[in-house]
Design a protein around this ligand. Structure first.
Ligand code: FNR
Length: 427
């Protein structure tokens, strides 16, 4: 990702766009639906997550799709995360008498009630994908009664997101920060807005090498070079949406609206690669002293780190390799999961993410030791393809798939799946 502050050309184009923005907004109610009609039609008829991916690729600006879809270096971790699920074999059940009427896949995730063992993970800058942004994600989480985690790099205010899903948007994700006073202000604001869980993402203090972003000229903010302007021209639905709404900013800090450029400076200034277990211990106790209930470490891949989480006051371990966007060749999370579960025993909650593309993948993660899974790209493909309707569709696809396959395995609920794991898994 190329990060830069505004130059004269960017300032000029930004000002020009600001002049035409109100005019575009005035006629948005009939222009945007016309531009989005073919995409929404395809979203409605999408059969799997890969269909949503293809629609997202067609609607989005190429550099935005590269940011969403890409992994680091040769994308080995990204590819293998998906493939590792495919190579797990299962034995189905017969004459089990399970019907949809008796099936109940509800659970709790980080203390939040959920109808499914699925959580929408924290993903940055969602207005970049579709101007409905994090609000669309919150509405879909609420509709399906599943939790979402809000990224620290949200482009929608905490309050607005939580108002759209008060019982579902209760987990805030943070990166490691230098300024403890500012951090405390953010934590207080999160508590005021009803957040109960704090997720510390610990695999991002160095940013991975994403070559797709470099090839497509991805930059925050846009630098309006020829490639970017051409990309805007060939993605009219995305471009109109982007140009007809107020330019999005990042709402990382209460009452602030960092434009993209100053956010970049802010992140560069605030990221603290030296943040260590002691700092994490301080963060957890600060959150709990404010009445927060859950502390979660996201990005765990090693058994020893999982053990360390328990001594540091974390309640939940989130096994993740950041969707293959950081260290390439990092182990697929589904492969490290059973070892981590073995090491920490059965009492501590484990969330797994990375490579989930089908409901069957959710089941495989549960069988191998996870309590729930988080999804990133699957719902972002939906968001990019069709705003709320797209996120809704992606969750529906995974849910139907999950119910069907749980039935084929002869189980009624998550407990039965876990109890029968040794019979179901081909070892
Ligand atoms: C992410 N991820 C991420 N993680 C995080 O803790 N904070 C963040 O702001 C982001 N931002 C982000 C943006 C985009 C575009 C993607 C694809 C991912 C990582 C994310 O939470 C999760 O770990 C992975 O996306 C999981 O892998 P899948 O489901 O995308 O395969």
């Amino acid at each position: 990702m190329k990060l830069n502050s505004l130059n004269l050309w960017q300032k000029t184009v930004n000002s020009a766009v600001d002049v035409i923005r109100p005019g575009l907004k005035k006629v948005k109610h009939f222009v945007q639906p016309a531009l989005d009609m073919p995409f929404l039609y395809k979203v409605k008829n999408a059969i799997n997550v890969n269909d949503l991916r293809k629609i997202a690729e067609k609607r989005a600006h190429p550099m935005v799709f590269a940011y969403l879809d890409g992994g680091s270096d040769d994308e080995i971790a990204l590819k293998r995360s998906v493939q590792s699920f495919q190579s797990i074999e299962l034995k189905h059940a017969v004459l089990h008498g399970v019907s949809k009427k008796t099936m109940d896949l509800s659970t709790t995730i980080m203390g939040i009630n959920s109808s499914l063992p699925i959580l929408l993970t924290s993903c940055a800058g969602q207005k970049m994908f579709h101007m409905e942004g994090e609000t669309a994600t919150a509405k879909a989480a609420r509709k399906h009664n599943i939790p979402m985690t809000l990224s620290q790099l949200t482009t929608t205010d905490f309050r607005e997101v939580s108002n759209n899903a008060p019982d579902h948007c209760k987990a805030l994700q943070l990166y490691v920060w230098k300024d403890k006073d500012l951090l405390i202000t953010v934590l207080q604001r999160a508590r005021e807005c009803g957040f109960t869980s704090l997720v510390l993402t610990a695999d991002f203090s160095w940013v991975g090498n994403r070559e797709k972003e470099k090839r497509t000229g991805f930059s925050v903010p846009p630098d309006y070079n020829f490639k970017q302007c051409y990309g805007a021209f060939i993605s009219p639905a995305w471009t109109y949406d982007y140009m007809s709404e107020p330019q999005y900013g990042y709402k990382a800090v209460p009452n602030a609206n960092f434009p993209a450029a100053s956010l970049v400076d802010f992140i560069n200034d605030q990221m603290k690669p030296e943040f260590n277990w002691k700092d994490a211990e301080w963060l957890n106790s600060t959150w709990k002293s404010m009445g927060g209930t859950h502390c979660v470490l996201k990005g765990v891949a090693r058994e020893q780190d999982a053990l360390h989480c328990l001594d540091t006051g974390f309640d939940t371990i989130w096994v993740s390799n950041h969707g293959g966007r950081q260290l390439d060749c990092s182990i697929p999370t589904i492969e490290t999961l059973p070892k981590i579960r073995d090491k920490i025993g059965s009492d501590t909650e484990i969330i797994l993410d990375g490579g989930i593309r089908r409901g069957l993948d959710v089941i495989k993660a549960l069988l191998l030791g996870a309590d729930s899974v988080a999804i990133g790209r699957p719902y972002l493909y939906g968001l990019t393809a069709g705003g709320f309707e797209g996120v809704d569709k992606s969750i529906s696809i995974l849910k139907d798939d999950l119910i069907l396959n749980t039935g084929l395995l002869g189980c009624n609920n998550i407990k039965e799946l876990k109890q029968n794991a040794s019979k179901i898994l081909v070892s």
